[in-house]
Design a protein around this ligand. Structure first.
Ligand code: BEZ
Length: 208
């Protein structure tokens, strides 16, 4: 089974560094940034865990709960968190899933045998409050993720949902947005009374 965009994120019950969670219940009305790591006590992962902790207020401001995963035990995670806090100058408070038997990593197809037969690659799942998978990204083991992009795409998804718009390349909050071709000019007059700039009939830019 592939985890496709628009599908319901598989539910699971699991031990984490903040106690047992039932995923759908835990996520509640929030968005979730669910991200996997190859292993505890590895250098790239340590920087990514630290970056997520440093950005905790940015995630909270967007109603997003981070949830990490690495294929180690709660005891190992807790020791590693001390290192993360020390080396990355942060206070890591989000839960990290313990997945020593790879059950969740397999459920979410985080193990790519060409990279490693035991460790998870760097998967990202952005999941909305309806539990739908809205974005997936997969990074290789040796390359850390771009957290500016993770926050940007969350902003983009939330802006798209709230305003019936699409977002152009490299869009950032405050920049012009696109009126999707599925919205007729007639309907657009109601939805976008501020008007728009028509570069082509299929490319109409507006401001929010
Ligand atoms: C790391 O997280 O630093 C890492 C993990 C596996 C391979 C290479 C780097």
């Amino acid at each position: 089974m592939s985890i496709l965009l628009g599908s319901t994120a598989p539910d699971f019950k699991v031990e984490t560094t903040k106690g047992p969670i039932s995923f759908h219940e835990w996520s509640g009305d929030s968005w979730v940034f669910f991200f996997s790591h190859p292993a505890d006590f590895t250098p790239v992962c340590t920087t990514e865990m630290g970056r997520t902790a440093q950005l905790s207020q940015e995630f909270a401001a967007r109603n997003v709960k981070p949830l990490g995963l690495s294929t180690d035990s709660v005891e190992e995670h807790l020791k590693w968190i001390d290192d993360v806090n020390d080396t990355q100058s942060c206070d890591l408070q989000f839960p990290i899933v313990a997945d020593p038997d790879h059950k969740i990593a397999q459920l979410y197809e985080m193990i790519h045998p060409g990279e490693s037969s035991t460790a998870a690659v760097r998967s990202v799942f952005i999941i909305d409050p309806d539990k739908k998978v809205r974005l997936t990204m997969t990074y290789p083991m040796a390359v850390g993720r771009n957290f500016d992009e993770i926050l940007r795409v969350i902003d983009a998804l939330q802006t798209s949902d709230a305003n019936n718009v699409a977002l152009p390349a490299d869009w950032r909050k405050g920049a012009d947005v696109i009126i999707p071709p599925s919205i007729s000019d007639e309907k657009a007059k109601d939805l976008f009374p501020q008007g728009w700039k028509e570069l082509r009939p299929y490319l109409r830019m507006t401001k929010l």
